[in-house]
Write a protein that binds this ligand. Structure first.
Ligand code: PGA
Length: 245
């Protein structure tokens, strides 16, 4: 309980440990509600989960998932949509039921209504048992960008310049990078029973140290995790560089 920080040697070791935590969660509670993340960081974890599933070591037939976020304006078929990411990296390789997976719809006509409904769906599912998070260079979790306050619920957000810049590597042109996204809120994340934060690479070392050991402030959204009762952090040596562990 509290915050447990694990420093591991490599990206593969981080992925292995994270996949193990997810699989144990599924064994302990086969109908777990998982909060899932996209981005480069969890790709190896998903790959390892697919392997473990292939070996018959984990069953997702009763799992329910809610993804953190989706770009506003991108449809399911779009190459860069998180819908596509999740299906390619995980959902199409395991026995999860499509109807049990949830990702905000980037093309929703009524964004406010969708955000309200997303929160309601999470609540009806019994809340998130285990929330997987990455961390942005600016300290964002989900797409909760640095701000003067903590956005509580699922909402539409203007992405910060640094996030747009970080995301451009996936697009041919900077103008194609979506400027807005739907994201669950800090309150949604903090209500998860358990949190698994993953970080890899030296470029995350500074923000990870600030988030975990610095001032708790909405200017570093991930710093709020210091107040969560059950956080597991798995960081590779690069990302853990400034942590005294
Ligand atoms: P990354 O993104 O895993 O691609 O570094 C993390 C994040 O922005 O939350």
């Amino acid at each position: 309980m509290g915050m447990n920080i694990y420093r591991v040697d490599s990206y593969d070791a981080m992925s292995e440990m994270a996949a193990g935590i997810i699989c144990r969660q599924m064994k302990e509670k086969p109908d777990s509600v998982l909060g899932l993340a996209t981005g480069s960081t969890p790709v190896g974890m998903y790959r390892r989960i697919v392997e473990l599933y292939g070996n018959g070591e984990v069953d997702f037939s009763k799992a329910v998932t809610f993804n953190l976020d989706e770009y506003r304006g991108l449809g399911r078929e779009d190459e860069q949509s998180y819908y596509r990411f999740m299906h390619e990296k995980l959902f199409s390789h395991i026995n999860i039921k499509e109807e049990n997976t949830h990702i905000p719809d980037g093309t929703a006509e009524d964004g406010d209504e969708q955000c309200r409904r997303y929160e309601e769906q999470i609540r009806r599912a019994g809340g998130i048992d285990l929330q997987v998070l990455g961390i942005g260079h600016n300290g964002h979790i989900g797409f909760n960008e640095p701000a003067d306050y903590y956005p509580v619920r699922t909402h539409c957000v203007d992405l910060s310049e640094s996030t747009i810049e970080a995301n451009r590597r996936f697009f041919t042109d900077i103008n194609e990078v979506p400027k807005q996204a739907y994201t669950t809120g800090i309150g949604t994340i903090m209500r998860a029973k358990r949190i698994l934060l993953l970080a890899c690479g030296e470029d995350k070392a500074d923000i990870l140290a600030r988030a975990l050991t610095g001032e708790v402030t909405p200017r570093v959204p991930a710093s709020i995790l210091q107040f969560h009762p059950d956080v597991t952090v798995v960081a590779d040596a690069g990302a853990a560089k400034y942590l005294c562990i």
